[in-house]
Design a protein around this ligand. Structure first.
Ligand SMILES: [Ca+2]
Ligand SMILES: [Ca+2]
Ligand SMILES: [Ca+2]
Ligand SMILES: [Ca+2]
Length: 386
């Protein structure tokens, strides 16, 4: 323990020794301040606060400004509570980060009103500035100030893609939307092609979660629909292997919760032909052989490539079609020109689709849901007979 404390003490002594400048204003700070600071009216003379302990100070003159500082040993969420505010005082409160940049501030605080600020904050020293909003009132009665750090969301700070936290796949994880403008960014790398499923559950009742999936250069792939307050959902996308980012947030950044939400990022590789959403990514198949695949997610295209060794007729058979899928079939020649397309078969209906008088060569077939509005975890079967 001494090994940890000693450098801090030594640093403080060095700081005090060289800190003869400034801090000339005179009112009486309570709760601390540096030896050469008669007042806590500047960053340099900020009153140290102990986390979780109430301190007092007062607006001693109309133009009095009170600075405080605190220390976080790890990233977290700052909670500031300023209470017991005298009835003639309406406080302006600013929260600063380690670099003394503003990261949160109070808004339109009324006379005698308490001020509560919540904000994600990095490790290191934080600062708070407090003064009467119009600098036209003072009071000898003290207000109370307490700072605590909430580290229950272990992924904070994760407000953008550069601070996105690495997550385990296929594991249910927990985090919190807190404060209102919280963005929770995560990243993961899929080791093979497949369907990525981002699942949200146990969503607090006052939170309308939105999820966005991004590729490795942070271009958006897909965004969730408006699911409503307290609603979970799964956001899915067929993807090639690689780095992906997720951003989760409350719809209008106007609510937060101390309750956890659950989320997971899973890779579904049950359709072994994914990724095959473009003709360039078509998977090779043989005629006169049975295959199975899935229309998943709802905008899925399944492209396959097959070769005819001789001219002739083919029949495409799609069977075991899931009940909500209206499966469509298109056939393309080797340049990608569509030479045939099935008609509207209806939901859950098989498609028996002849294409006649084909020359030998390479062809492509595409399967998809007619309006791209449904998906299914069940397989459809297909076979191309010649
Ligand atoms: Ca969070
Ligand atoms: Ca966050
Ligand atoms: Ca598929
Ligand atoms: Ca596909």
């Amino acid at each position: 323990m001494k090994n940890l404390i000693n450098p801090v003490i030594i640093s403080a002594v060095i700081f005090l020794f060289f800190n003869f400048n400034g801090c000339n204003k005179t009112d009486s700070p309570s709760g601390g301040g540096n030896t050469n600071c008669p007042d806590n009216n500047s960053f340099q003379c900020a009153t140290p606060l102990t986390l979780g302990v109430n301190s007092q100070d007062n607006i001693s003159a109309n133009d009095d400004i009170d600075f405080f500082q605190f220390y976080f040993s790890q990233d977290g969420v700052t909670e500031i509570a300023i209470t017991n505010v005298p009835s003639n005082i309406n406080l302006n409160v600013y929260l600063y980060d380690n670099g003394q940049s503003t990261i949160a501030r109070s808004e339109n605080t009324g006379l005698g009103e308490s001020v509560y600020l919540i904000k994600g904050q990095g490790s290191g020293t934080g600062y708070i500035k407090i003064y009467d909003r119009d600098q036209n009132a003072s009071n000898s009665n003290a207000y109370s100030i307490m700072v605590t750090e909430d580290i229950s969301d272990i992924y904070e700070l994760n407000e953008n893609n550069t601070t996105a936290k690495l997550i385990q796949q296929n594991t249910t994880l927990q985090a919190k939307f807190r404060p209102n403008d919280d963005y929770d960014w995560y990243q993961f790398t899929t080791a093979q092609d497949g369907v990525i499923d981002i699942t949200l559950s146990n969503v607090p009742s006052n939170i309308n979660v939105h999820a966005r999936l991004y590729n490795n250069i942070v271009n958006e792939i897909i965004t969730s629909e408006n699911n409503g307050l307290g609603q979970g959902f799964t956001l899915s996308a067929a993807r090639k292997q690689g780095l992906h980012f997720i951003r989760l947030y409350d719809q209008n950044n106007d609510a937060n919760s101390t309750n956890y939400y659950n989320f997971s990022a899973n890779l579904d590789i049950s359709d072994v032909y994914e990724y095959n959403n473009t003709r360039e990514d078509a998977k090779a198949i043989n005629v006169n052989s049975d295959y199975q695949a899935k229309i998943r997610p709802k905008n899925d295209y399944d492209y396959f490539q097959f070769n005819l060794n001789s001219a002739g007729n083919i029949i495409i058979n799609v069977t075991n079609v899931p009940a909500n899928i209206n499966i469509c079939v298109s056939v393309y020649n080797n340049t990608g020109y569509e030479i045939a397309r099935s008609s509207n078969a209806g939901n859950g209906q098989p498609v028996i689709f002849p294409v006649n008088n084909l020359q030998s060569g390479v062809y492509y077939v595409r399967y998809w849901d007619l309006d791209e509005d449904f998906s299914n975890t069940q397989f459809y079967n297909f076979r191309i007979n010649k």
